[in-house]
Design a protein around this ligand. Structure first.
Ligand SMILES: Cc1cc2nc3c(=O)[nH]c(=O)nc-3n(C[C@H](O)[C@H](O)[C@H](O)COP(=O)(O)OP(=O)(O)OC[C@H]3O[C@@H](n4cnc5c(N)ncnc54)[C@H](O)[C@@H]3O)c2cc1C
Length: 197
């Protein structure tokens, strides 16, 4: 960063998470630079957008973390929508998980959070469902967001309007940590998805 200040942040990776972090810093008056190798390869442009803490059967601390995060989403999305003027298609529509037998259903980690569906209810919820699926759990707390067409673009626009600078086509090859902490910016965050090594 050429003119780093106390409130400068460098973010590596401009996918859904890099953009989300950039947005949060920018609306708190940080000067943000996002280095991104290739925005088109970001998973946010292809992901299904399920907000599925319960339907994914998370457990223990991860479940708690997912539940707390999911509770924060409506307010966070409202802020992005206001700043970008793009609706993100957030729906608290619930998600159904089907089961072939009752034992599997009762062993599902988030069983107690779901509403039981018998075969007929399941067919009503999901028209044309294969008859091998006899039972279901409806997780009314879960939902959906339109990340492919809306959230990614809304975040990009909100970031740009908040002054975030993007350097698209910049691949970070290495990070060097020096004992003197002689960084060229005051803080940095890596958000380049799954990276080996
Ligand atoms: C098919 C599919 C369906 C999914 N469905 C769901 C779902 O329904 N619900 C859900 O919650 N999640 C879902 N996910 C997961 C979710 O989409 C991802 O967890 C999330 O989008 C990851 O975002 P990210 O920013 O961490 O990483 P990425 O989207 O991978 O973005 C990383 C960015 O970093 C850049 N980059 C990488 N290396 C470098 C480098 N060296 N220097 C600079 N930039 C770099 C890349 O170009 C990219 O733009 C799904 C994922 C996929 C693939």
């Amino acid at each position: 960063m050429a003119q780093e200040t106390k409130n400068s942040v460098l973010i590596i990776g401009g996918g859904l998470l890099g953009l989300s972090i950039a947005y949060e810093f920018s609306r708190n008056n940080f000067k943000v630079l996002v280095l991104s190798k290739n925005r088109n390869e970001s998973a946010g442009f292809v992901a299904a957008g399920m907000l599925a803490t319960h339907a994914e059967g998370l457990e223990d601390e991860l479940l708690k973390f997912g539940q707390e995060s999911q509770n924060l989403i409506p307010k966070w999305i409202q802020s992005i929508e206001q700043d970008s003027n793009i609706k993100c298609g957030l729906k608290k529509c619930g998600i159904v998980v089907p089961f072939k037998n009752k034992e599997d259903l009762e062993e599902f980690p988030t069983y107690k959070y779901g509403k039981y569906l018998n075969h007929k209810d399941l067919q009503t919820e999901i028209n044309g469902m294969n008859s091998i699926w006899k039972h279901g759990l409806l997780f009314e707390q879960d939902g959906q967001i339109d990340n492919r067409r809306k959230l990614m673009r809304a975040l990009e626009r909100a970031c740009s309007l908040n002054g975030v600078e993007f350097q698209e086509g910049s691949e970070v090859e290495d990070l060097t940590f020096e004992k003197k902490q002689n960084y060229r910016c005051n803080s940095f965050m890596c958000h380049w998805g799954n990276k080996k090594n």
